[in-house]
Design a protein around this ligand. Structure first.
Ligand SMILES: NC(=O)c1ccc[n+]([C@@H]2O[C@H](COP(=O)([O-])OP(=O)(O)OC[C@H]3O[C@@H](n4cnc5c(N)ncnc54)[C@H](OP(=O)(O)O)[C@@H]3O)[C@@H](O)[C@H]2O)c1
Length: 286
């Protein structure tokens, strides 16, 4: 049995579906999950990862764990890596042999950032020092970050965003889920760190255009200043996350611009483009 945390999110929801389709017994975990969030045959288990004791019953009889540590978790836990140590000790006690961690490219590319580099590294280290066979997935920016534009596209067919002409190779979260499913079910991935990116950089202006093409109506792009974007992001993200995010989207490092071969290496096919993501998710923007 495979336990999937973050099971109602961008990556986890697709991952649960893929594993269930492949006939794997799955327990899907999030704080607010109910039976209506999961496909037939999948067990829904509500637990908050900041309280390892609450997760323990879900781990009984599991072989593998997909571990997703959300921003909410990091904000709520006093000692995130200590809590993860406890979760992983419980997992090992329950017989879990394999752990796949959804980490972030920022662990490597922004080592001094408190959110991405330092906390991210401490979470990876907790997984590395566990007794499990681990694999770490380090994606770059998600195509689904553009859901932040959904309301203004639906209401006004307009996007306001900074750094309109700075490109990044955003990844489709469905590709991350597919890689995770392959790693959870297949062999040869132990001790690997996979960097996951899309197939080509796209700029915010191009993403707005791609969403327009997907919904069949033009979307106007209005470039924000860095300060306008910062003020908006501070309404829903902690300051260290905002600063690192602005650094990545405004002034990416060569490593953040690199197209990684790892999706293709694991799946045997190229990652999906942003335009494909926009077509698959057009309903959110109509
Ligand atoms: N977005 C990016 O560009 C980017 C880039 C690199 C890496 N990442 C990483 O990707 C992950 C986010 O993936 P995503 O977009 O698929 O997630 P998401 O859509 O934000 O969903 C988060 C999931 O985690 C659950 N959750 C949140 N806090 C929890 C807690 N304390 N205990 C148990 N479950 C909890 C949520 O459900 P409930 O609310 O029901 O608990 C939900 O299922 C993060 O680890 C992030 O660092 C993101």
């Amino acid at each position: 049995m495979i336990v999937v945390t973050g099971a109602t999110g961008n990556v986890g929801r697709t991952l649960v579906g893929l594993l269930a389709e492949a006939g794997e017994p799955v327990t899907a975990v999030s704080r607010k999950i109910t039976e209506s969030d999961v496909p037939r045959g999948v067990a829904a288990f509500a637990a908050d990862l900041t309280d390892p004791a609450g997760l323990r019953p879900a781990l009984e009889g599991a072989d593998a764990l997909f571990l997703l540590i959300s921003g909410d978790f990091v904000a709520a836990a006093d000692d995130p890596s200590g809590v993860i140590d406890a979760v992983l000790a419980d997992a090992e006690g329950a017989g879990v042999k394999r752990v796949v961690l959804l980490s972030s490219q920022g662990v490597a590319t922004r080592p001094d950032s408190p959110s991405h580099g330092i906390t991210g590294r401490s979470i990876e280290d907790a997984v590395r020092r566990s007794g499990a066979d681990w694999t770490i997935l380090r994606p770059g920016g998600f195509a689904s970050n553009t859901y932040a534009w959904a309301e203004s596209i639906r209401a006004r067919r307009t996007v306001a965003a900074p750094f309109g002409d700075v490109g990044l190779p955003f990844i489709d979260p469905a590709d991350i889920a597919e890689v995770a499913a392959a790693v959870l079910r297949g062999d040869g991935h132990t001790g690997q760190v996979y960097e996951l990116t899309g197939p080509a950089p796209t700029t915010p202006r191009q993403r707005a255009e791609a969403i327009g093409a997907a919904i069949g109506e033009p979307v106007l792009f209005v470039e924000q200043t860095r300060e306008e974007a910062r003020a908006q992001m501070l309404q829903f993200m902690p300051e260290p996350v905002v600063e690192t995010t602005l650094a990545i989207i405004g002034d990416p490092t060569p490593a953040e611009l690199r197209i990684s071969p790892d999706v293709e290496r694991v799946l045997g096919r190229a990652p999906r483009s942003f335009a494909e993501w926009a077509r698959d998710n057009a309903a959110a923007f109509r």
